[in-house]
Design a protein around this ligand. Structure first.
Ligand code: ZN
Length: 761
């Protein structure tokens, strides 16, 4: 079966398809737009690139390279696999070949894997120009000490990640004097991943970097490379704090791509329940395994990845296909395993891979034939990043979106135009967030003292921050018009760019004593608590013990026929109200809250049948943080009028919350994990039924504030979805599946929404 057979059969519903193709969209092929190499490229470099099979440039490569050569700051925002790296390799290598160490460059990649990928290519090019003396090397946690020393002295091109820049390079800038003095270009790749809290930290690391460059007399040009997002220029400008030229007309060729919207079979119309997306994906996977088409499945979670991987391995076994052709891929796997899988995908020995978002980034895995999205990835950008993993240059490819019963997925099944017409998500950061800024001013003062009147990038109120660090924290001393660092602690160590960096829990096999994987702390409480089943490459491990203090989980390989799912309870306490806006039936508040999440118990769920086969307790401390929230508290008049205080009617607010949870990410254009909606029948602070919508990261990134101003638009959409849904008493496509009041649940939820939307009296 070739690709067009696969697409035709699925559309026609031939054989026993796992569902109905509700819509199709064909993205037409696009020819390459080519341009010759610019005249300024050094002839030996041109030959070296040509020897790699590149005889002409794509138009965006030429445009970006010319701009960088002219020392203009640039952001390149084109599709996956469009050859973004050549845009900056050309001017950087040209400078190095002509001027050697006076034209050094620093490349910042979000992950070690990407940096190592690029290094191999750069070494080949430098060898091609006959300059093996120019050292290119990765500086990360795995770089051995002797190489570190050589790199500091003679490194022409240093590849690193934001964390190493923050904690390794900048605090030790005197050792890197040569690099900073001769630094001509700074490249920041995968710019779109620098969002939210993490992006806000990195923006401050870049402020520190620019400060150090000025100190050594260099003024490097910046190049950012990003996936397609809706605001590449604005995002680049905020990160680099300088005007940037945007190059976003993609000149690379593309084969035709078929998007198929597959809705799994409805089990019952009244309940709105469908065949689970993972089950539909398994059936699809079986066919694909036999076809020989190289396929990537994207699951929504780590657990989802492991469960589907097990199903597909079983499927391969049944069909006499080598099970080694099926692999999983996700964060937490050790680097050697990930490299092995990447190689297998490139050389074709792995035919099917199941991944989390981990393979969304530019890790080189070649290019596959079919992409199956098991559930909506959550954002338009992410959907197209994943879809970009398939289609070899001009070859046809297919993307199958398998819907879950959830509101968001069903909404898209019936309105697929959303994906193709809606703008891509905006990436937003807040580098001036008080906590983040204070931390980095402290790190910056350690690196070089501030003089009175010194700024810190474009940050406001730097003088106040310095005063606070001196007077309240006592870590700075003000003397002779300068602010000196005066503490014996090393500040960068206490500042994590990404909460997930710190405190990872390692997962250790009790038999072999080997470390199998790692997991971040917030996920550990629900995935590796004692009694959990931890999936890894299709095998199941029982967690015998979680040592919370030492951050280690001890597991034993077992042949479990179930997986586990933890239930969590979340409590939101109001710390401060900043603003209140009265509406007809409710008050909207905006302010700061304390969120505490406790994992209390877990369920054992049988593979395939999804039967609940047991429960257990979890005894771990809660995960806690402060953040921003928007709360919608119903007024007593409305509560009385709808009779919400009577026998459990107020519990229908949970349905409204469920519905909003599904729609908020679509309206804010953010990841579903970024905002949480909590419905409380009687919130202790407001003493009323309340919907609390909060930013799911410490300190918040301004989403709650946007909700405070735009939530009525989302309430209207929610009412539309509930009214149009054909279910009787609630379903996963609207207010959720477990109606507490039977048939009345939906009508009460609809009544609450209508009353909230009524105009002011
Ligand atoms: Zn419904």
């Amino acid at each position: 079966m070739d690709l067009s057979d696969f697409v035709r059969k699925l559309r026609a519903g031939e054989g026993e398809p796992p569902g109905v193709v509700e819509a199709c969209h064909r993205q037409p092929p696009r020819p390459a737009r080519l341009q010759p190499f610019p005249d300024w490229v050094e002839p030996r470099l041109k030959s070296a690139v040509e020897a790699r099979g590149i005889v002409e440039l794509y138009s965006h490569q030429r445009q970006a390279a010319d701009l960088l050569h002219a020392r203009r700051d640039v952001v390149v925002a084109t599709g996956t696999a469009s050859g973004k790296s050549l845009c900056y390799h050309l001017p950087v290598l040209d400078g190095l070949v002509r001027e050697g160490l006076d034209a050094r460059a620093l490349y910042v990649f979000p992950t070690k894997a990407l940096a190592r990928d690029q290094m191999a290519e750069l070494e080949r090019l430098l060898l091609g120009v006959g300059r093996p003396d120019l050292t290119v090397a990765v500086y990360d946690g795995d770089t051995p000490p002797p190489i570190r020393q050589a790199l500091r002295d003679r490194g022409a091109l240093v590849l690193t990640n934001p964390h190493m820049l923050h904690a390794g390079i900048l605090p030790n800038h005197t050792k890197w004097q040569g690099l900073f003095a001769g630094l001509r270009t700074i490249v920041v790749d995968e710019l779109h991943t620098l969002s939210g809290i993490y992006g806000s930290h990195v923006a401050n690391v870049l402020r520190r970097l620019q400060r150090i460059c000025r100190h050594y007399g260099s003024n490097p040009v910046f190049c950012g490379a990003s996936a397609t997002i809706s605001n590449p220029g604005e995002h680049g400008k905020r990160l680099f704090e300088r005007p940037v030229e945007v190059v976003d007309e993609d000149g690379s060729p593309r084969g035709a791509k078929h998007f198929l919207f597959l809705n799994p079979r409805l089990l019952s119309e009244a309940s709105g329940l469908r065949v689970p997306a993972s089950e539909a994906a398994r059936q699809l996977g079986g066919e694909l395994l036999q076809s020989g088409l190289q396929t990537i499945f994207f699951a929504r979670s780590r657990n989802g990845t492991e469960v589907l991987l097990k199903y597909l391995r079983d499927e391969a076994g049944k069909r006499h296909v080598d099970q080694q052709q099926v692999a999983g891929y996700r964060g937490g796997y050790l680097p050697e395993l990930r490299r092995k899988i990447e190689r297998g995908l490139r050389d074709g020995s792995i035919k099917t891979v199941v991944s989390t978002s981990a393979l969304e980034l530019g890790v080189d895995i070649g290019s596959l034939d079919v992409c199956v999205l098991v559930g909506y990835p959550g954002t338009v950008s992410s959907t197209f990043q994943r879809a970009g993993r398939v289609g070899r240059r001009t070859q046809e490819s297919a993307v199958v979106f398998v819907a879950r019963s959830a509101a968001m997925d069903q909404y898209l099944m019936h309105d697929p135009g959303y994906l193709f017409d809606a703008p891509r998500e905006q990436v937003s950061i807040d580098p001036d967030n008080a906590i983040i800024l204070t931390n980095h001013v402290r790190c910056a003062a350690f690196e070089l003292p501030f003089a009175d009147g010194d700024g810190f990038g474009q940050a406001p109120g730097v003088a106040d921050v310095l005063t606070f660090l001196a007077q309240d924290l006592g870590v700075l001393v003000h003397q002779g018009g300068r602010w000196h660092y005066a503490s014996d602690t090393y500040p960068a160590e206490g500042v994590s760019l990404n909460a997930a960096d710190l405190d990872n829990v390692t997962i250790q096999d009790v038999e072999s004593r080997k470390v199998l994987a790692e997991i971040d702390r917030p996920s550990a409480i629900v995935e590796v608590h004692q009694g959990a089943i931890y999936g890894l490459q299709g095998e199941t491990y029982l967690v015998e013990r979680l040592d919370w203090h030492d951050r280690r989980a001890f597991v034993r390989k077992v042949d479990a026929d179930y997986y586990t799912e933890a239930d969590t309870e979340t409590e939101v306490r109001v710390l401060r109200i900043d603003e209140t806006q009265p509406h007809a039936g409710y008050d909207a508040h905006r302010g700061e809250v304390h969120v505490s999440t406790l994992a209390k118990a877990f369920k054992k769920i049988k593979f395939y049948s999804r039967e609940n086969v047991g429960i257990g307790d979890i005894n771990l401390p809660p995960e806690e943080f402060d953040t921003e929230a928007c709360a919608l508290a119903l007024r007593p008049e409305l509560v009385a009028r709808l009779g919400l205080q009577r026998g459990g009617e107020a519990s229908c607010l949970h349905g409204v919350g469920e519905l909003l949870q599904g729609l908020v990410p679509l309206f804010l254009h953010v990841d579903p994990g970024d905002v949480r909606v909590l419905a409380e029948v009687l919130h202790p602070h407001f003493e009323a039924p309340t919907l609390v919508l909060y930013d799911r990261v410490p300190c918040g990134v301004g989403l709650a504030e946007r909700l405070f101003h735009t939530h009525r638009e989302i309430l209207r959409a929610a009412l539309g979805v509930a009214e149009k849904c054909r279910c009787r008493s609630g379903c996963p496509g609207c207010i959720g599946p477990a109606p507490s009041l039977g048939n009345r649940s939906k009508s009460v939820a609809v009544a609450i929404l209508r009353a909230m939307l009524a105009e002011s009296r």
